[in-house]
Ligand binder design. Structure first.
Ligand SMILES: Cc1ncc(COP(=O)(O)O)c(C=O)c1O
Length: 423
């Protein structure tokens, strides 16, 4: 039982369909056979066919449990998991140790999880609980107001259980000023958690500067890199990161798999107990196909990262230039440094609900994070946007399959919708 008690925060209510909506979103396939351009790759990416192929043998042909060490199929599955772990670590410029999950006192470890949400929970709650059980006195946690809910919610949970939490404001450009972060550190700061790339506005936080600040003070630095791994160069060791979360489905891998990358010497308390897998840090039978798929997806994403970023950056810049020509369109977040495949804008002079209703049959975009659909974006609020402005905002997430024709189509749809709504 965690030292601060077992009570989770109350679950958020499900958002029921709005009965007053006369034009609910259509069920996909049958209603509209020609798929609208999908520009929501920050919500999720399609699983690459090569990833599917790499996963295929591990579902049915070689289906053994990697914890079954007394027979050859089990040993083969275990070897596949360890190979994937090694590939993942190598993709991040890390060497694993010989211990379970690659853990030993000198080396980095990779613990497989169900995704970035679970990796964040293990990192944040695991570090806090380890501090308590070791008799440590650090009780202050620091993060940004624009973090994903998968960071904010576990930290707020900790703030209800004996820790103090600072949710630092960002500038109007969405970036944190390292000097402001330094000023917000306290003598007993245990942890700083800052994401690599924002999931709504795509801005890239100054990780190296934050890592240096933390390292100089013995503060642990966690980075939610779900939107960044496979998209930007990212070497946790060089950036002073102690704990890094990533997710398969954000980099053209399968859904339901992610990892927590752990620096040598970082102690965590497990948040899931059971069969002792993953060096005791994450109990549960390992999903071999998903793990193999995650490693393959990262290798593929790193292989085409540069040309993909260049191509998508050019398409994104064209989209932004054409949108500006429509007038009354405001950029959310700094244009640079930013993910090459992200754009987030607020459309003036239109009602947000009407705008997204007009777009949704012809364009797959979002108004904010897929994980908090229905509630106004806390990220845009942190940038100073009003509720109405946040609702009239559009997140474009371009992806590997995005074409110039799709961008043209999106612009045409958007231009027509804005013209009609502005009357
Ligand atoms: C920055 C960030 N962190 C965490 C998550 C959650 O990841 P997962 O779906 O793998 O749990 C997401 C997904 O939207 C994200 O964008």
């Amino acid at each position: 039982m965690p030292a601060w008690g077992p009570r989770p925060p109350p679950p958020r209510p499900l958002t029921p369909p709005d009965p007053s909506d006369p034009d609910p979103a259509p069920p996909p396939a049958e209603a509209s056979p020609a798929r609208p351009p999908y520009l929501d790759h920050q919500a999720t990416t399609p699983c690459d066919p090569a990833v599917l192929a790499a996963m295929a043998p591990w579902w049915n042909d070689q289906f053994a449990n990697p914890a079954s060490r007394l027979h050859r199929p089990g040993l083969l599955a275990a070897a596949a998991v360890e190979q994937a772990r090694g590939r993942l670590a190598a993709g991040l410029g890390l060497a694993l140790g010989d211990g379970p999950a690659g853990m030993d006192s000198q080396h980095w470890a990779v613990v497989f999880t169900s995704g970035a949400t679970e990796a964040n929970n293990l990192a944040l709650k695991g570090l806090a609980e380890a501090e308590l059980t070791a008799g440590g006195q650090r009780r202050h946690l620091l993060t940004l107001a624009t973090e994903h809910r998968a960071v904010l919610d576990p930290l707020r949970y900790l703030a209800c259980h004996g820790f103090r939490l600072t949710e630092l404001a960002v500038g109007a450009d969405g970036l944190v000023d390292p000097a402001a972060l330094e000023a917000a550190l306290q003598p007993d700061t245990l942890l700083v958690s800052v994401m690599a790339a924002n999931n709504e506005i795509g801005v890239l936080q100054p990780l190296a500067a934050i890592g240096a600040l933390c390292r100089a003070r013995g503060i642990r630095f966690h980075c939610d890199a779900a939107q960044a791994v496979g998209h930007i160069p990212l070497q946790p060791a060089a950036l002073g990161i102690d704990l890094l979360s990533l997710s398969g489905h954000k980099l053209y891998g399968p859904k339901g798999i992610g990892a927590l990358v752990i620096a040598p010497g970082v102690r965590l308390a497990p948040q899931q107990h059971g069969g002792g897998q993953e060096g005791g840090l994450r109990a549960g039978t390992l999903p071999v196909p998903l793990i193999v798929g995650l490693a393959e997806a990262l290798a593929l994403a790193l292989a085409d990262r540069e040309p993909r970023a260049a191509r998508l950056g050019a398409l994104r810049d064209r989209l932004w230039a054409e949108l500006q020509a429509l007038g009354g369109i405001q950029l959310n977040g700094a244009l640079a440094p930013r993910l090459a495949h992200n754009l987030n804008v607020t459309v003036a002079g239109v009602d947000g609900t009407a705008l997204h209703r007009a777009l949704r049959r012809q364009l797959a975009v979002s108004s904010g994070s897929a994980c908090s659909a229905g509630s106004p974006s806390h990220v845009l609020a942190a940038l100073g946007r009003s509720r109405a402005e946040a609702a009239a905002s559009i997140r474009f997430g371009l992806g590997r399959g995005t074409t110039a024709a799709e961008i043209e189509a999106a612009l045409a749809v958007l231009g027509a919708a804005i013209q009609e709504l502005r009357g």
